[in-house]
Design a protein around this ligand. Structure first.
Ligand SMILES: Nc1nc2c(ncn2[C@@H]2O[C@H](COP(=O)(O)OP(=O)(O)OP(=O)(O)O)[C@@H](O)[C@H]2O)c(=O)[nH]1
Ligand SMILES: [Mg+2]
Length: 455
């Protein structure tokens, strides 16, 4: 029997049916956050694309469409979705992110249950997502340190075998520095430290890149609190004016920059995506793999067990799902996707266990937000072999290649001594058509992150 609710009751029901979800996308610089977010929005707002079989709301034909709506926080920059998409369509990757931006989506869908269908024409899910430079993420540990401990930590990393030569010139200038301080001395040494951070970033030594704002200052460019670098532990004992100025800047940086960023961005997150570029790290060698693993551990550690974290108490109970993504899976032949996933899972063993322990649902996927290669075959004496065709990022030329195999678990340092991984860097395929850009497993990501809210 059909029944109809009076207009106002139906309107009220419609309002109650609106849900709100805050999604965080986390990862160090280059992990693929911006590309993922652009593709994610594209899948949800472009209704003419090819089907997404694992995204049930679409598969069940209950999805009515999604659109970008004005942000609640109108003072925040809007995530440049349209221009990012345009860049991809022109065969370019969006640029590395320099400042925080946000985007709000409204998704409309028909409810699944027949009873709800009688009460409501549709339901709405509002989705709020933030993008930010990956460098800012690794300032997180600074929150629980004082200046002296931070200097000790940074120098213990700068004194390691691989980086000490790179840090030598900065160390010498520090030793010669006028400890009476003053703006000029502070700025000159900050400039040198910034150059060192840039060099370390090129070497993908992401853990040492503190303070992150020296690399991506955004609105803080030229701010006195960004005159910040680690004195040598021996210089700290002297209690000089320079040391006191740096201590003050460190405290200001922590309280006025890092804490508000984490409070505003991470507080109230409902779900989180943690991205890792395992292939890039394999290319760069054992040290880069270790750095990636430590960065992932650090992210997870601070998100779950951060020391004296007032902000942790606010948001931690709310995160109920974490998706771990091994990005750029399109740079592999399909037979290697499983290995990539297993490698990521092995790197995450501990944090995954901790998340489960805390009753937070987790999933790991090998994903390509934007597919940049075509699959082909080459004839070899041993039979046909899969290979990839793509436009090389360095030359722009099309190339056919076999990218190689992914180890199933964290490779030993010895393996890197006699094997150089060489996964390619391709530009996005220039394409047209409604489903462009193509993706891999974004539907599984959408289902895990949103599926239960679209019922
Ligand atoms: N093949 C392939 N490459 C990708 C994909 N996503 C990202 N990349 C590559 O990785 C680079 C970095 O991606 P971004 O999305 O800018 O990374 P990010 O995490 O936002 O980095 P920051 O903005 O610096 O924090 C891109 O310029 C591409 O070269 C993908 O799905 N497939
Ligand atoms: Mg980015």
């Amino acid at each position: 029997m059909e029944f109809h609710l009076p207009g106002r009751a139906r309107e009220l029901g419609q309002r109650l049916a609106n849900q709100h979800l805050r999604l965080g996308i986390t990862g160090v610089s280059g992990a693929g956050k911006t590309a993922f977010l652009t593709s994610f929005i594209h899948q949800l707002t472009n209704t003419q694309q090819s089907p997404l079989p694992f995204f049930q709301v679409m598969q069940q034909q209950r999805y009515l469409g999604g659109q970008c709506v004005p942000n609640l926080m109108t003072q925040r920059a809007r995530f440049p979705f349209e221009s990012n998409l345009q860049q991809l369509q022109l065969g370019q990757w969006p640029s590395s992110t320099t400042a925080l931006s946000q985007i709000t989506l409204q998704l409309r869908y028909k409810p699944q249950s027949p009873l709800k269908q009688k009460l409501l024409d549709w339901q709405t899910l509002t989705l709020e997502i933030t993008d930010y430079p990956g460098e800012w993420l690794l300032d997180l540990p600074m929150l629980s340190l004082d200046y002296a401990t931070w200097c000790d930590n940074v120098w213990s990393m700068l004194d390691t075998e691989i980086v000490s030569a790179l840090a030598e010139s900065f160390r010498r200038q520090l030793q010669l520095a006028d400890t009476a301080g003053g703006p000029l001395v502070l700025q000159q040494l900050t400039d040198l430290y910034q150059q060192l951070l840039q060099t370390l970033k090129q070497q993908q030594l992401s853990l040492i890149l503190q303070p992150g704002r020296l690399l991506r200052p955004a609105e803080l460019a030229g701010a006195p609190l960004l005159q910040l670098f680690p004195l040598l532990p021996t210089q700290l004992k002297q209690g000089s004016i320079l040391a006191r100025q740096l201590q003050q800047n460190f405290d200001d940086y922590k309280h006025k920059v890092v804490a508000p960023f984490y409070r505003d961005y991470f507080a109230g997150l409902d779900r989180q995506v943690i991205m890792a570029d395992c292939l890039g790290a394999l290319n760069r060698g054992h040290h880069a793999m270790q750095q990636l693993q430590q960065a992932l551990m650090l992210i997870m550690q601070h998100f779950s067990y951060g020391p004296d974290s007032w902000w942790r108490r606010i948001w931690q109970p709310r995160i109920d799902k974490v998706l771990f993504v091994a990005s750029k899976a399109d740079l592999l032949t399909p037979d290697q996707h499983r290995n990539l996933l297993l490698l990521l899972q092995q790197m995450l063993q501990q944090p995954l266990y901790q998340q489960r322990y805390q009753r937070c649902e987790t999933e790991a996927l090998a994903v390509a937000a934007v597919v940049s290669s075509e699959l082909g075959q080459v004839k070899t004496p041993a039979g046909n072999k899969p290979c990839l065709r793509g436009r090389m990022a360095t030359t722009g030329e099309l190339q056919l290649l076999y990218p190689g195999e992914v180890p199933l678990s964290m490779p030993s340092p010895q393996l890197f001594q006699h094997h150089q991984f060489a996964f390619p860097e391709f530009l996005p395929l220039v394409g047209s058509g409604s489903s462009f850009p193509e993706q891999l497993r974004m539907d599984q990501a959408l289902q895990f992150l949103l599926g239960d809210h679209l019922q």
